[in-house]
Ligand binder design. Structure first.
Ligand code: BG6
Length: 488
């Protein structure tokens, strides 16, 4: 579907996210000729940049993040769409300058108006209020909210309430960039575009599910933000729980936003609540110490530049979760994420139960239950592990892999998650964005963990950078007679 003309206002337009992700994503769509000729991307920020200085910033900080070679005419076309407006988000007067840069918006206008708030959440409410007071937030404009969407249930509720005073729910796009990843959408295609999996997708046939997002990178220059956040707030409350929802949800009646989001919400509300015993038994948190990642020596978290030497922030978390429904009762969902781990990978592993009766038992010690691996990163693909007969005499079975490599199968240019999500915002397509009740349900589930850690006051368990996290994470899953896939 072709895009209609738009004015996209990027609050935080000179910031890290805009430079690293949003502007390169928009440029990619420009070079594919997806952006209407008169569309405008209005970056707002507090820097006193004239046009020349602004374009130099874009050239220095956004252009290096574009993948592949940058074709000069496309880059020029892109720059022609960029506008910079100096604005102090806290001051009402500043919004006059923004008003001048915008074209009319309303039911008859052909320009879609989008406000993308790539700013700290503490500014969301002020920006929305000023947009309303200055008449810039119209009933047809849209607002995009970047994470972190709160740091606990109360603050998430407050954001929802304050933004909700200005914008209707149908105008609010809460971004979780994991939902824009190709493989996540492929998981929907796999589950609901095939008959093969649905009959097996339940407790009778699935023994356990592992969801891992491991990063080999450390906190980099984001320690200021990260130290007040930690892995639970930064990754688990949003990205991992969203992946869990897509794996576990009931088939929605359609792909319309509310049909999908209703089902995801039911999953979040069916997550088993933590008792004091489960809080100590089913959760492991860790913090990296110095070590080697890919052969390179790296410092521990507390020794990162500007780090707090006594920080208790977790850089790793593993949780055993359960979903209390007929479909999933008793199936453990192991969730795990961390920084400075042995490898950079994101994957979902669905392990099926063993065969009920073996006719091959005498010959096969290497018998393995089937499993399906859905790889999000680094290479997007699916791997189905089956048993097959080894050629030759006798009946020997061994595990084999059916591989689907998306890059190989679809020899087409890839779309980055932000590209996809920005296109959805510009088209007004809400399916891949979180609704306010989903956000609150996710916080409701993780909040007891945060409270428990605070009351307990202990340090996270140390783990050496370049490993798979604290030994306790292996013990967590080992208690159930299982292993993380990379450790098996
Ligand atoms: C972000 C987190 O939401 O996701 C970062 O704030 C993390 O800490 C990033 O590094 C991971 O995203 P991706 O797409 O690189 O796996």
């Amino acid at each position: 579907m072709a895009l209609t003309d738009f004015d996209l206002v990027l609050f935080g337009g000179g910031g890290d996210l805009s430079m690293r992700k949003l502007l390169p994503a928009l440029f990619n769509r420009e070079r594919c000729n997806d952006l209407p000729a008169t569309a405008r991307i209005i970056c707002v920020g507090r820097h006193e940049w004239n046009r020349e200085a602004f374009l130099k910033e874009i050239d220095d900080n956004a252009r290096p993040h574009v993948t592949g070679s940058v074709d000069a005419p496309a880059w020029q076309r892109f720059c022609d769409k960029l506008v910079y407006v100096m604005l102090d988000a806290m001051h009402a007067d500043s919004y006059e300058a923004l008003a001048k840069a915008l074209r009319p918006d309303g039911p008859d206008a052909r320009v879609t108006r989008v406000f993308y708030l790539a700013t700290p959440p503490s500014l969301f409410s002020h920006i929305c209020q000023h947009l309303a007071a200055s008449g810039l937030a119209t009933p047809t404009s849209r607002v995009v909210l970047e994470k972190p969407l709160g740091r606990d249930l109360a603050s998430a509720r407050q954001i929802n309430a304050e933004v909700g005073r200005v914008f209707e729910e149908s105008q609010i796009f809460r971004i979780d960039h994991y939902l824009g990843k190709e493989t996540v959408q492929n998981l929907l295609a796999l589950r609901f575009g095939n008959v093969l999996f649905e009959p097996l997708w339940r407790r009778e046939w699935i023994s356990d599910v592992q969801i891992t997002i491991a990063e080999s990178l450390g906190v980099g220059n984001r320690i200021g933000y990260y130290d007040t956040s930690g892995a639970l707030r930064d990754m688990l409350q949003n990205h991992l729980l969203q992946l869990l929802c897509i794996v576990a949800m009931e088939p929605p009646t359609s792909a319309t936003p509310n049909a999908v989001r209703d089902e995801k919400l039911k999953v979040l509300r069916s997550l088993k609540r933590f008792t004091p015993q489960l809080l100590t038994q089913n959760i492991v948190r860790g913090q990296y110490r110095s070590g080697h990642v890919n052969g390179i020596a790296v410092p521990g978290y507390r020794k990162e530049p500007n780090a707090n030497q006594n920080s208790r922030t977790e850089t790793f978390v593993a949780i055993k979760a359960e979903i209390e429904t007929w479909r999933w009762a008793g199936v453990p969902f192991y969730l795990r994420t961390g920084k400075r781990m042995a490898d950079q990978l994101a994957e979902i592993v669905v392990r099926f139960k063993g065969i009920p009766h073996s006719i091959f038992a005498q010959h096969n010690s290497s018998f393995q239950p089937n499993s399906l691996i859905i790889r999000l990163q680094p290479d997007e693909g699916l791997q189905l592990n089956l048993m097959a007969k080894t050629p030759g005499d006798g009946m020997r079975l061994r595990p084999v892999e059916l591989e689907l490599d998306f890059r190989e199968t679809f020899k087409m240019p890839r779309m980055d998650a932000y590209e996809r999500l920005l296109l959805d915002v510009l088209r007004g397509q809400l399916t891949l964005f979180m609704r306010s009740d989903e956000l609150e349900a996710a916080w409701e589930w993780v909040e007891p963990i945060l409270d428990h850690w605070e009351q307990e006051g202990d340090d996270p368990l140390p783990y050496t950078a370049g490993t798979w996290g604290p030994a306790a994470a292996s013990a967590l899953i080992g208690r159930d007679g299982l292993q993380w896939r990379e450790e098996s």
